[in-house]
Design a protein around this ligand. Structure first.
Ligand SMILES: NC(=O)c1ccc[n+]([C@@H]2O[C@H](COP(=O)([O-])OP(=O)(O)OC[C@H]3O[C@@H](n4cnc5c(N)ncnc54)[C@H](O)[C@@H]3O)[C@@H](O)[C@H]2O)c1
Length: 360
């Protein structure tokens, strides 16, 4: 019996994972490991039936544990995931998968060779609004995508050990990769350091995709207005995803600029189209519940997760290239292509997402 589950990290995000784990896995959730005595006390109080410890070996040494979830700070992701995979456990790890592309690729490769599930917590790829947009784009309803821009801003959750693009930027990169269905080719990044030495509190990052598609990503924890918005502009229509508007998370604008017949002057002219606005009805399921249900399902069936290690590596490739661009004063830097060894596949298979699985 290897159906038991362990969670490492009971901080801000770990508590959200724990809430969903308790609901979805029930008594199969056996262990909670946290380095902080205060967080362990909080966990024991909230989940008295779970073994709460600071000893990772207790979890990894229990043969009944088949899967491990990691929600610790980013620099510890790769070392903890490596240990858990080496111990033969399926692993769910929060974003970013690792702090270097080499580590990310090694983890993805290890999981594949060992026949283990490795899934990265790219939560937004489980958001019904993002899924709806992806399908809408794939159906050609937006026309050709021209560009994207996203803003992930707030005053707070200031980090001191990694900059804003490593901290919150993985969401925007994973959303862009997912919506476009392809991988980034180049990155140009600039940022400002104001609160901690060597840590960019705000970053302005432009990511280039095939077909001259650009995605501009603005992330900051030093901004007056909480904003979680992605705009996608296509040749036929445009759409806005605003995660802070539950009544209208996605708005489709039937707007565009259409070429008019040449008038002989040689000047290309456009007519602006300002048509209807459409707000689609979307599932209200909690993305984290969908994400976790997907992981548990993949563990049960041995299926490759949508956001597998390679998906995580492709995001890390962009983050690492952004660092290189920062060092180069904002110059465009090529993003290395993430190839899966022994396979022609470079993108994750399109496992469909069951939006009803965790909705109840
Ligand atoms: N998917 C999302 O939307 C989302 C949102 C927020 C945070 N996160 C991710 O979740 C992770 C945790 O972020 P957070 O904001 O909860 O951080 P946090 O600092 O609030 O919590 C981290 C917890 O891990 C514990 N810890 C640290 N190192 C440990 C170790 N080696 N072994 C055991 N316990 C250890 C700490 O004591 C703390 O309780 C980060 O990777 C972050 O990127 C994801």
């Amino acid at each position: 019996m290897t159906s038991k589950i362990g969670l490492i990290g009971f901080g801000y995000w770990g508590t959200n994972l724990a809430r969903n784990l308790a609901r979805l896995a029930g008594p199969r959730w056996r262990y909670l490991v946290d380095a902080s005595p205060e967080r362990r006390r909080a966990a024991t109080k909230r989940y008295p039936d779970v073994v709460v410890t600071d000893d990772l070996d207790a979890l990894l040494g229990d043969d009944e544990v088949g899967a491990v979830l990691i929600a610790t700070p980013a620099p510890s992701h790769a070392p903890l995931a490596r240990r858990a995979l080496a111990a033969g456990r399926h692993v769910f790890v929060e974003k970013p998968l690792a702090m270097s592309l080499a580590d990310a690729v090694a983890l993805a490769d290890t999981a594949d060779r060992s026949g283990l599930v490795l899934m990265v917590g790219h939560t937004f790829e489980y958001v019904p609004a993002v899924e709806w947009m992806r399908e809408y784009i794939r159906a050609g309803e937006l026309g050709d995508v021209l560009y994207l821009h996203s803003q992930r801003l707030n005053l707070g959750r200031i980090q001191s050990d990694l900059h804003s693009f490593w901290s919150i930027g993985p969401h925007d990169v994973s959303i862009a990769n997912h919506l476009l269905g392809t991988d980034a080719r180049w990155v140009a990044a600039q940022g400002g350091r104001y609160l901690h030495d060597g840590v960019e509190d705000v970053m302005f990052v432009t990511v280039g995709y095939p077909g001259d598609v650009v995605a501009h990503m603005h992330v900051s924890w030093l901004d007056p207005a909480k904003t979680r918005r992605t705009t996608v502009v296509g040749t036929r229509r445009m759409l806005v995803y605003d995660d802070l508007r539950p009544e209208a998370r996605v708005t489709v604008f039937d707007k565009g600029a259409e070429p008019v017949e040449p008038d002989g002057t040689g000047v290309r002219r456009y007519r602006l189209r300002d048509g209807a606005v459409h707000v689609p009805e979307l599932s209200t399921a909690e993305p984290l519940a969908l994400e976790l249900a997907h992981f548990l399902d993949c563990v049960r069936t041995g299926t490759r997760p949508r956001t597998d290690g390679w998906n995580g590596a492709r995001v890390v490739a962009v983050l690492e290239a952004a660092d290189a661009s920062l060092r180069a004063g904002g110059a465009a830097v090529a993003v290395p292509r993430v190839e899966i060894p022994g396979s022609a596949r470079t993108r994750t298979d399109d496992a469909s997402l069951d939006l009803t699985a965790a909705a109840s």
